[in-house]
Design a protein around this ligand. Structure first.
Ligand code: C2O
Ligand code: CU
Ligand code: CU
Length: 499
């Protein structure tokens, strides 16, 4: 078995540090010629036998869930940013950051209608902000670049949950520092439940048939530290690693029941785009960024750019004993192994209808705005010719009015000599993807619900239907930006207020 192939993600940077770590921790140095560790070898031998020699040898970690604590009618969640040490490879210590733990953070469970307070405490030695990605909330609760939490400081995002059931997430949004803070491990899921989501009879046993799947790519040095090359290449193309992690687990497997299995996929990578698929398994898409789809849709694969989410339900009935893999078809890499065990205690079928989506009428749109995402030169990443300035408001969006936002990946300079991926994320509310490259038929199945992030391949144009409701604030802005975090940090971001 070629372990190196497993770790190396095609199209990634050719660095074999991860394979070397594997060799050191797991194989006693056999593969990389000698940097051995006998203790690791024994354990590895045993576990490889137990698992039938699969390269996926780590049980998938499931982030703990926190339900908060009700005090005076407000549900409080205690969240601490901290530095720690993770053991991704057996016996190898990697310094990492996390929330209430060494890497990533708990899944925050919110209920629609409740007043909540996410109480963030920063035990790091540097300032950070914590943003609720996909959350519909007042701008001053957004956790964007303006709500800085100093080292040792605290900040609370307090608001009423006023949106449909969906899978969102939290991550830092610190001016110029987002990419590295996320890379080090800050981030986690926010799951919103509502009456509808709880009455649909969907697989909902968290960690059993309702699985969080937070996908990231990382690079490791020979010592086991995260490697993050700070150079123009990283700025222009975004960071990509050669080792995949799911919920902070390298080479993960999960034992699942032979029933319906729901995957809550989040691309929490800085820049990599994935096309997720479980080849040979009937898969239906039930939810996208900010909502369910109206009905489940059969799909072969789902393309997710950074920060996008999708919920897939796999039908594993009758597949006891099978070993399946969630794969990334873009790189060819395996992401997560699913070992189908026993019969399911969960639901046997999906409802035909999931929700009713009320899209505003595009013909009522009051105005059009355009956003050109462009590289004006090395390291000069702009939207409409401008780099992010936290003191400048780029757009003022009237509350309650329907608008069309045209977003274009305009490439490099005046032409499109250099293809770069971008995506576009808007804070504060969701949008609807009306057209891709001038055609509504080109809107993909995973773009046919309430979205907050949309992918733009080189040259792509999308037209989005936008309407901001509930929260007007002349002073505190929301952001829009490319969610390739190195692009965001390099300035491909702007601000708008809802007025
Ligand atoms: Cu996920 Cu402005 O961020
Ligand atoms: Cu966001
Ligand atoms: Cu970009």
């Amino acid at each position: 078995m070629d372990r190196r192939k497993f770790f190396k993600v095609a199209g990634g940077i050719s660095l074999f540090a991860a394979a070397a770590l594997w060799a050191r921790g797991m194989m006693g140095g056999g593969m990389m010629g000698g940097a051995g560790n006998g203790a690791g070898l024994k354990e590895a031998g045993a576990s490889a036998k137990q698992t039938g020699g699969s390269p996926f040898f780590n049980p998938l970690k499931i982030p703990s869930q926190i339900e908060g604590e009700l005090r005076d009618g407000v549900r409080h969640y205690d969240l601490r940013l901290q530095a720690g040490v993770s053991e991704f490879f057996p016996g190898v210590k990697t310094p990492t950051w996390g929330i209430n733990g060494p890497y990533l953070g708990p899944t925050i469970r919110l209920r629609k209608g409740e007043e909540v307070s996410l109480d963030w405490h920063n035990s790091l030695k540097e300032a950070a902000t914590m943003h609720g990605h996909g959350m519909h909330l007042p701008a001053k609760m957004d956790g964007n670049v303006h709500q800085l939490i100093p080292p040792g400081g605290s900040w609370s995002a307090r608001y009423r949950v006023r949106q449909k059931a969906c899978t969102n997430w939290y991550h830092p949004h610190t001016m110029d520092r987002t990419a590295e803070q996320v890379m080090l491990g800050l981030g986690g899921l926010i799951i919103i439940d509502d009456e509808e989501s709880q009455s649909l009879g969907l697989p909902d046993r968290y960690g059993v048939d309702d699985l969080p799947v937070v996908v990231q790519d990382r690079l490791f040095t020979r010592e086991g530290y995260f490697a993050y090359p700070r150079n123009m290449m990283t700025t222009m193309h975004g960071f990509s690693g050669d080792t995949l992690l799911v919920n902070g687990t390298i080479a993960p497997y999960k034992e699942v029941e032979a029933g319906l299995i729901r995957l809550r996929l989040l691309n929490a990578s800085n820049a990599r785009v994935y096309r997720f698929a479980v080849p040979g398994v009937p898969s239906r898409l039930i939810a996208v960024d900010n909502s369910f789809l109206e009905s489940p849709v059969a799909v072969d694969s789902v393309l997710l750019s950074p920060a996008e989410r999708a919920e897939l339900v796999l039908d594993l009935r009758g597949m006891e004993g099978k070993v399946l893999r969630l794969r990334d078809l873009e790189s060819g890499a395996g992401v997560l192994e699913l070992r189908v065990r026993r019969n399911s205690a969960g639901p046997a079928k999906l409802p035909a209808r999931l929700t009713r989506l009320e899209r505003p009428d595009p013909s009522q749109a009051k105005r059009k705005r355009t956003f050109r995402l462009q590289a004006m030169g090395p390291g000069r990443l702009v939207i409409n010719g401008k780099r992010m300035d936290p003191d400048r408001i780029d757009e003022r969006v009237p509350l309650g009015e329907t608008e069309i936002w045209e977003v274009e990946n305009a490439g490099m300079g005046m032409g499109r000599m250099m293809g770069m991926n971008h995506n576009f994320h808007m804070h504060g509310s969701h949008f609807w993807v009306l057209e891709r490259n001038g055609s509504s038929a080109q809107v993909r199945p995973w773009e046919r619900g309430q979205k907050d992030t949309v992918f733009l391949a080189p040259g792509d144009r999308v037209s989005l239907l936008v309407r901001h409701t509930d929260y007007a604030d002349k002073r505190n802005p929301y952001m829009f930006h490319c969610h390739i975090l190195e692009h965001e940090d390099a300035g491909m971001m702007g601000q708008f207020t809802v007025v």
